[in-house]
Design a protein around this ligand. Structure first.
Ligand code: FO1
Length: 346
């Protein structure tokens, strides 16, 4: 558009339908998905989960983020650890170790049943979307619908500061996320059809309080996802950083990882740093950035990115979900953000 030209818009139509997609990683999804389902009504929510952290372990497909979200929705997540099942035992792990197997990745005995069942279903030709729906149903999670971002393996690769490359879990668990990162390679692959369908019928997308690079960025990197998210009109991101409170032990590992991963692209691990990350890497995508009420001093720096800051009690899942739901309802009442230039009117 030439400088000085007045751009006029006609509103295409009101936002209707009220379906929301939560796009998330594991721990952020575990924090927000159950509460957002309560706030919106579970039938009005679809949870799209990152698969970039997935790995093959002793021939089994392990999907940490999907399982963390499903275990949270079924009330079985070990919330202190932040992954796996409550009241878990590790007998198989100890037996594997005794046989000389690499011991850096721990699979619990009951968690193992999930991976066995999923791998069997994938082996018999079912897609990860179908396998996830089956496992969800068996865990008693019928709604919200939980879908993997992709049906095909799209593993995130980590470029280490010393020059080598490794898989995400090798770095995150194997190296304790302590080794500085030079680059992050998000796989470009096909999004699961169910993910694209959910996004295309969504009025709003919430980017969960997950790692912006390896949980959200990995999903946005899949074919067609970024465009489908933008089409939803309302995009609300929740800050994974809460500066006002020291992180709990489950969150501390994620915090260290996030610092290294953001540093790889020259971004800062702070409330405003994450907003700047979205503004820089996904310009124009995020409309509202929800930050913790205790971090109100950062709101101005968030606003400087062009994204509207909104304060909420981020550490209280139900308070956060109510605030996110209110922000979505406000945007639904406004005329649609979708606008087209009216040619010929100057
Ligand atoms: N995280 C760890 O720190 N150590 C582990 O041994 C580990 C095993 C594991 C097994 C199944 C699962 O679903 C998750 C597991 N996680 C473990 C968590 C996982 O590596 C990360 O939290 C996520 O991938 C990062 O979002």
């Amino acid at each position: 558009m030439a400088a000085g030209t007045v751009q006029r818009f006609s509103v295409v139509g009101p936002v209707t339908g009220g379906h929301t997609v939560l796009l998330t990683g594991g721990l952020g999804g575990a924090h927000l998905a159950p509460a957002l389902a309560r706030a919106l009504g579970p039938a009005r929510l679809t949870v799209v989960v990152n698969v970039g952290d997935d790995l093959d372990w002793h021939g089994l497909r392990v999907c940490p983020d999907l399982d963390t979200v499903l275990y949270a929705l079924s009330g079985r997540l070990d919330r202190e650890r932040g992954w796996g099942l409550v009241d878990e035992t590790f007998t198989v792990r100890a037996a594997l170790e005794a046989l000389g197997a690499p011991e850096w990745f721990s699979i619990g005995d009951r968690d193992l049943a999930t991976h066995l069942m999923r791998s069997e279903m994938l082996g018999s030709g079912r897609s990860l979307t179908v396998a996830t729906a089956e496992i969800a149903a068996r865990l008693g999670v019928r709604e919200p619908v939980v879908v993997p971002a992709s049906d095909v393996p799209c593993p995130t690769r980590i470029g280490l500061a010393d020059g080598g490359w490794c898989g995400f879990q090798e770095w995150y668990v194997g190296m304790g996320a302590t080794v500085p990162v030079r680059a992050v390679e998000c796989a470009h692959g096909p999004a699961a059809p169910a993910t694209l369908e959910a996004l295309l019928r969504a009025d709003a997308v919430v980017l969960g309080p997950s790692n912006p690079v390896t949980s959200i960025g990995t999903v946005l990197a899949l074919d067609g996802v970024r465009e489908a998210v933008a089409r939803a009109g309302t995009v609300v991101a929740v800050s994974p950083v809460v500066g006002a409170e020291p992180p709990t032990s489950a969150v501390a590992h994620h915090t260290m990882a996030r610092r290294h991963l953001l540093a790889a692209s020259g971004d800062e691990d702070s409330v405003a740093g994450v907003a700047r990350y979205f503004a820089r890497h996904h310009p124009g995508l995020v409309g509202t950035f929800v930050l913790d009420a205790g971090d109100a001093a950062d709101a101005e720096a968030v606003a400087a990115t062009g994204i509207v800051p909104e304060l909420a009690p981020v550490l209280d899942p139900d308070g956060l979900a109510r605030q996110v739901a209110a922000a979505l309802a406000r945007s639904e009442r406004r005329p649609a953000a979708v606008a087209v230039p009216l040619a010929g009117l100057g």
